[in-house]
Design a protein around this ligand. Structure first.
Ligand code: DGY
Length: 326
């Protein structure tokens, strides 16, 4: 019997290719070419599965052009690159890679918060530029983390990880807003109190965004929301580009509406709003919150196991929709 054919849409760990090659005829993209949609469709001809990394758009047009496709396995917890309704309608299974990245991503969110509030990037650039000539009482004085109020918008697994770090490690008062309130036991484990979005914006000293991107969360933080925040506040986005209106944020940072921002994700990334690049009070990182080697390997293994589980055993591990296309 012919083995199923799959496509790995981006460069990936060689051991993952080897693992998948035990079960499938594999076409991989180790040159890491960023295919256009017509190129992707061409590559997908006759393939039953595709390994995606979060940036490859799977929509109705692609699905119509790829009738053999049965599963798209994302090596990311976020799946806003998938049109889930179109996939369900086409009978194509979608899977993501939750849980395995939670702690690593929460670590990074906290690191970005600290680097931003304590002005680490800005002061390092100053030192490297040879501008440090003397100690001064207010040199790069930033905001405190310990004892401050940590606001979290989006209280899923990663948000809860950040809340625990803040509450248990740094004695922070933690408040959060989410589509639905957490149960009492989870709130207590996170030492977090549910507040309205308005209250969150008004009260947080440091606001971390960890909500999924959707049409509803597009520009959840824009000029109006930034204006409600404290002038000394820090904003951190490790969620998705598009949740923050980056142009409005650049203006707010320039005008001192808030003190600083730490951004790992951007609207239209890898492009970054040009004004953000010129501002000293923003720490910019290239979408690396889950990037430790063990975690990226675990994410890739989970995506691979979803392909194997579904195409070989009909049992995906982390499905996002309920379909079957035989
Ligand atoms: C995710 O898993 O959604 C992260 O953003 C990594 O791409």
């Amino acid at each position: 019997m012919n083995r199923p054919q799959i496509l790995i849409a981006r460069a990936i760990f060689p051991e993952i290719i080897a693992k998948l090659a035990q079960h499938f005829e594999v076409t991989s993209n180790q040159d890491d070419v960023l295919w256009t949609q017509p190129q992707m469709i061409e590559q997908l001809a006759g393939k039953q599965g595709v390994f995606t990394t979060g940036g490859e758009r799977i929509d109705a047009a692609l699905l119509a052009a790829c009738p053999a496709l049965k599963i798209c396995a994302n090596m990311a917890v976020g799946y806003n690159n998938f049109d889930l309704d179109a996939m369900t309608a086409a009978g194509v299974l979608a899977t993501n890679a939750p849980d395995v990245l939670t702690e690593t991503t929460a670590d990074f969110g906290f690191a970005l918060l600290m680097a931003t509030a304590r002005r680490m990037a800005e002061s390092e650039h100053f030192l490297r530029a040879g501008l440090w000539t003397r100690w001064r009482y207010d040199l790069f004085a930033g905001g405190d983390i310990h004892g401050a109020t940590l606001g979290i918008l989006g209280m899923g697994r990663i948000g809860q990880g950040i809340a625990k770090r803040g509450a248990h490690g740094f004695g922070m008062k933690v408040i959060y807003h989410n589509r639905s309130r957490l149960d009492a036991a989870t709130e207590s484990a996170c030492q977090a109190s549910y507040v309205s979005k308005e209250e969150l914006l008004k009260t947080a000293d440091h606001l971390v965004l960890v909500l999924p991107y959707s049409a509803q969360s597009h520009h959840a933080i824009g000029a109006a929301e930034l204006a409600r925040m404290k002038p000394g506040a820090t904003l951190v986005n490790i969620a998705r580009g598009g949740i923050v209106d980056d142009a409005a944020l650049a203006t707010a940072l320039r005008d001192g509406v808030i003190a600083a921002a730490g951004l790992d994700v951007f609207e239209g990334e890898p492009k970054v709003h040009p004004e953000l690049l010129t501002l000293p009070n923003v720490v910019l990182t290239p979408h690396i919150a889950s990037a430790t080697l063990p975690t990226r390997l675990a994410m890739a293994n989970l995506a691979a196991d979803n392909l194997i589980g579904y195409l070989i055993g009909n049992r995906p591990l982390t499905p996002l929709n309920a379909v079957g296309r035989s």
